[in-house]
Design a protein around this ligand. Structure first.
Ligand SMILES: *Cc1c(COP(=O)(O)O)cnc(C)c1O
Length: 450
């Protein structure tokens, strides 16, 4: 299993040939020719005592398993938050795998950590955080939110050790991972009503704190820079003011939206993000990196290190030199793959202007789609898109109609579009992220609502 022999060579050629073909798909079709309910009958159990021919195993992946996956990197995938990794980032992910890079510590992996930190510096500068800011890449926004908010709670605990039970103040549109984080940390949530516009403001937060019986127990405020359902950016600057007034940790969840910091047409929405104590952005979403990759940044990384660095005698050696940066110290993980490298390589190859242009293209497509919706009498645009998510209603449709429409779009391989809710009502939702999604695709989709 560990030597490069004739068997390995045959397997390498077959696997590389497959990846070569997969990378060349352009556009990636919305394949799902194999239905999930057929898998039991068509796959069979491949794990036995003796192993199998690698080409046969690869064939079942290629012929049955891969076509049972809805290609998330298709320009016709407009559900949830899609993905659109660049070719360079996908290729370099293969290099990271082939090199067995562990990105735990400077001692083991200085070269990988150095490059990851360049990518983090780029993101930190985009947000306007100070030069001393830093962090690490983790598996996703959920892991990043959890890691940041532990630091927020521990920082408050050091200041007010008598508080028996902590709370986070969050907008009512914050991501589900914040609720999960609170449950994991055994912290309660103060939901602040973001109002009609579903945009959390400093005024609403200030009012909520004033009306609250126990503001001392609040240790952090979570603002969302691009809500997942509607792409709305909270009023970060006014929220930062309130955090200053009350000495609260200011966390910005930009998992989906903060990529638009790169787009001049959207940058003003993020005013105040430079005042965050911690912020996150998922390169595996709108920064076109492969899964799984979230950037986690702290204004004062030393606070995170004090909370997250694992102490064990066999690890002492990685902490001998205070000047050495260990990504493991900045989140709840220990072992980690150097998952920031595909982003670093891709940024280095294409340059940040190409990213800016790709993100602007997506924003334009979303604005054009909104205009198309507005132009159709049987459709109702629910609000102008701030980022790249378009919510609309089809008059006369109930939840079943939206679900049937979604199934039809997928069955006919027109698009993968799943319904959502807006103020409790079922609605259609288009989440744009792939720069290859054209207005013609949008027209094809809208034509099916007639
Ligand atoms: C996607 C998302 C998350 C969760 O990120 P994962 O990478 O899926 O764990 C958190 N917050 C927001 C706003 C998101 O859009």
């Amino acid at each position: 299993m560990h030597s490069y022999d004739e068997f390995t060579d045959r397997m390498a050629r077959a696997v590389l040939e497959y990846t070569y073909e997969r990378l060349r798909l352009d556009p990636v079709p919305l394949d799902r020719s194999v239905k999930p309910e057929e898998l039991d009958a068509r796959v069979g159990n491949w794990i036995n005592a003796h192993g199998n021919d690698p080409e046969a195993v690869l064939r079942v992946f290629e012929d049955v398993l891969a076509p049972a996956v809805i290609s998330i990197d298709s320009p016709r995938f407009l559900s949830f938050i899609p993905a659109a990794p660049t070719k360079a980032s996908l290729l370099f992910d293969m290099v990271v795998s082939a090199s067995s890079l562990s990105g735990i510590s400077w001692l083991e992996a200085a070269g990988a950590v150095y490059a990851e930190n360049q990518a983090l510096r780029f993101l930190s500068d985009l947000a306007g955080l100070p030069a001393s800011a830093g962090g690490c890449f983790v598996s996703g926004g959920s892991a990043a939110n959890l890691s940041a908010l532990v630091v927020a709670r521990e920082t408050a605990r050091a200041k007010r050790p008598w508080v028996p039970r902590w709370r986070f103040a969050v907008g009512d549109q914050s991501h589900s991972s914040i609720t999960n984080t609170a449950r994991i940390l055994d912290v309660d949530l103060l939901f602040v009503d973001a109002g009609e516009r579903e945009r959390l403001t400093g005024d609403a937060l200030r009012r909520a704190l004033r009306n609250d019986g126990d503001p001392e127990s609040i240790c952090a405020v979570v603002a969302t820079a691009g809500t997942t359902n509607a792409g709305i950016v909270d009023d970060l600057a006014s929220i930062a003011d309130v955090c200053d007034e009350h000495d609260l940790w200011f966390h910005v969840d930009g998992a989906y939206g903060a990529a638009a910091l790169l787009a001049p047409s959207a940058r003003p929405l993020f005013a105040g993000i430079d005042r965050a104590d911690s912020m996150i952005v998922d390169p595996h979403k709108w920064l076109f990196a492969p899964f799984d990759c979230a950037a986690l940044l702290y204004r004062e990384p030393a606070r995170a290190k004090a909370v997250h660095a694992q102490q064990a005698s066999y690890l002492d050696v990685i902490h001998d030199d205070d000047g050495e940066w260990n990504p493991t110290d900045y989140a709840y993980h220990l072992t980690r793959r150097a998952r920031g490298l595909p982003l670093w390589f891709s940024l280095a190859v294409y340059g940040s202007d190409a990213y800016r242009d790709a993100i602007e293209t997506v924003l334009s497509t979303a604005r054009a789609a909104a205009a198309r919706v507005r132009a159709q009498p049987h459709l109702e645009l629910l609000r102008e898109p701030e980022l790249s998510i378009v919510l609309f209603r089809r008059s006369g449709w109930d939840a079943d109609d939206y679900n049937a429409w979604s199934t039809r779009l997928l069955d006919e391989q027109i698009a993968f579009v799943t319904p959502s809710r807006w103020r409790g009502e079922p609605v259609a939702r288009l989440a744009f992220l792939h720069p290859g999604t054209t207005i013609e695709i949008v027209d094809e989709i809208l034509a099916t609502t007639a």
